[in-house]
Design a protein around this ligand. Structure first.
Ligand code: ZN
Length: 259
């Protein structure tokens, strides 16, 4: 089944997403002029304006910190993105998404903001991301004879061969290798017990047993296996077994991903 390429983000879904952001960020976000307490207003502001930067080939934290004028320099940038970058500040990979923080950090140490700050950072602490920068092609549960179950068990992202494919969340690589119609495929088990799968890859960047962070590049998209063209087939399963799939887009949204 060729990807139809249509965008399935309906108005209702966008509204639902907006509502989720407001409730997650607290009332201060929705009502910035209504006299919220200083602590909450400060936290709300910080959470409302995160900008991200996608690492390109040849980048270093020093370079990015300078180019993006990050307060606190590369050390602050590393501190903020430790979950994505990992233990080696000198090793960043193209495709990794870094959070850029502006002048807000100065307000952070106040003890009264601690609980709010902890709640606010819960989403970014898990740090879930989209598996690739691309739009949705064939949706989850689309019906068709090309799938052995009779329906599409994942969501396809429209990307050309060679696009960075990223672990959507932290986890452990269960397998990385050839899997028949899925072609080159990576399977990651996450802390919540669910599995994410990335299929049709042109190259694999990880191996079984390896621990990965959210946003870490695990391979490059491609057109291996049973495909009519390059794309990323992305699945979420609740067990390692075929047929235990759930809606990947819902899963990502539940983990705070804007999609
Ligand atoms: Zn697919």
């Amino acid at each position: 089944m060729p990807a139809k390429g249509q965008h399935r983000r309906s108005k209702t879904q966008r509204i639902a997403r907006a509502a989720a952001v407001v409730s997650a960020g607290g009332a201060a976000l929705a009502l910035p002029l209504m006299g919220a307490t200083g602590a909450h207003a400060a936290t709300g502001d910080a959470a409302a304006k995160p900008t991200t930067y996608t690492v390109k080939a040849g980048d270093t934290l020093v370079k990015i910190a300078e180019a993006q004028d990050v307060d606190g320099g590369w050390q602050k940038l590393y501190e903020t993105n430790k979950k994505v970058v990992g233990s080696d500040a000198g090793l960043i990979k193209p495709g990794q998404k870094l959070t850029l923080e502006g002048a807000a950090p100065a307000a952070a140490p106040a003890t009264t903001t601690d609980s709010t700050a902890a709640t606010g950072s819960a989403t970014s602490a898990t740090g879930y991301v989209k598996p690739v920068d691309g739009s949705i092609g064939t949706a989850y549960h689309a019906s068709g004879s090309s799938w052995s179950s009779g329906y599409h068990t994942g969501t396809d992202f429209v990307v050309s061969t060679g696009t960075a494919v990223k672990a959507v969340g932290p986890g452990t690589v269960v397998s990385a290798g050839w899997d028949g119609s899925y072609g080159n495929e990576v399977v990651i088990k996450h802390a919540d017990g669910d599995y994410s799968q990335y299929a049709h890859l042109s190259s694999l960047g990880v191996s079984a047993g390896q621990t990965v962070t959210a946003g870490q590049q695990i391979g490059l998209s491609g057109a291996t296996g049973n495909v009519t063209g390059p794309h990323l087939h992305f699945e979420i399963r609740t067990t390692p077994d075929y047929g235990s799939d759930i809606d990947p887009v819902t899963y990502l949204r539940d983990h705070g991903v804007s999609i």
